[in-house]
Write a protein that binds this ligand. Sequence first.
Ligand code: UN1
Length: 514
Amino acid sequence: MTPYGLDNASSALVSGRWRIAGQWEDAPATVERFESRSPANTAEVIGVFPKADAATTRRAVQAARAAFDSWRRTSRIHRAECFDRLAKLIERDLEALAVLMAREAGKHISECRAEVIEGLHMVQYVFGCGRMPTGQIVASEIAEKDAYVWRKPWGVVAVITPWNFPFAVPLWMLGPSLLEGNTAIFKPSEDTPAIGQKLIELFVEAGFPPGVVNLLHGDGATGEALVRDADVNVILFTGSYEVGRKIQQLSAEHYDRIVAAEMGSKSAVIVCEDARLDLAVTASLLSAFKTSGQRCVSAGRILVAEKIFDAFASRFVELARRLRIGHPLDPSIFTGPVINRAAVEKVLRYNELAQQEGAEVLLPGGEMTDAEHRQGHYLSPFVYRLEAKPGVRCVREEVFGPHVALVPFRTLEDAIRIYNDTEYGLSVGVITENYRTMRQIREECQFGMGYVNLPCIGAEVHLPFGGVKKSGNGHPSAAGLVDVVTHKVAWTVNHGSEIRMAQGLTIGPIGEAP
Ligand code: UN1
């Protein structure tokens, strides 16, 4: 037995393979490899994976293209039934999937179980959609005409996903895409290729036909080759603003390219004067430190009414100091490490920057170098007070780690102004008992997901998931993607024996003398 009760099977080294046109491919020895290592213990190698070059990427796109016609002609209900089989396999493997994810992504085991369930919910949703209406019947000016809004799949979809939700987010994208009759190429994050590969093994076992879902491993270069390929109709991306922007720039070269990009955030919880203090503190701790602050919706800012600031801050800091940070497979911890060395360095840079920008440090978190933590990328929470003022970077830019600003505000208008004063707009939580306040937050704050008396994390799959400004380009993920991966066509049928035109358009003389 290895630590935390892992048996040898669950800690066996994963051998990375591509899945193209219904075949598992072991890449030739000449192909460059990369390792996936556990962020909790960098000596632990999860697997070794081949980097797909441009020629391999091209083959995967061609395989998806070749499978498209027969998949789109398959009954929608039969396509949906593949997801019913997939749901059963995910239920069967829930624990093994969660353990692999905890080892590879460093997320706490209970968060990993919740994420597998979140992915399962998407699969169940998609299965259920199989028998739901897909278009619309609309009226026509002409009594004999029937008019419909019909939906068609775009074709080939590339799914490029982050490490922080390595199971649920790919399913948010693959689910609606495949249900609607598209075929796909999936490139998981280079930080979590093993869990990505495991997901595709389940798709294969569920009986999705060859070429319908293809798998490539690699980093930004593989992603770029996919984006540059003119045969890819849709790019579904979740990740940083910088990468999302580049995808949109490259995609402008393709006349029929759709990009749904879900990017960064500087989400916030707004704690109003009338808030229930315990609820406010719990919501804020979950928002800031679940997943060690590495959800795209994590709160980098807690805006607190000045009158209750001290009471809130002392309770928040006291509990943040006591959060147990440790190995993701230890059930008694609150959260695990951050994903890699670059993440540690980025958070430390922002901790430093906050101090340069005038922060009053309330909890001086940083790298954890004691015997329990030094094998991994562990950071303790960094909490500071900072008045809102123009141009301060640490309260505007995304940090993606356990780094949170407590910002006092005087009036609700101030809170709204401070909340909106960032280039992002993904998620907001408001803690209040006042229905007028709730409504004002909903109407005046810029966001995609709003939460009242809740953390600003914890979306569910049957809602659209996405943001505004730098956070997203207007095509939400999860259930919202059903619309993105299809194009709507108008379909009009005349049941009369003569032609009658809308708008009073006359037929006019056609060739014959009056
Ligand atoms: C993400 O962080 O990319 O809303 C997704 C949540 C989760 C999904 C987060 N359901 O916190």
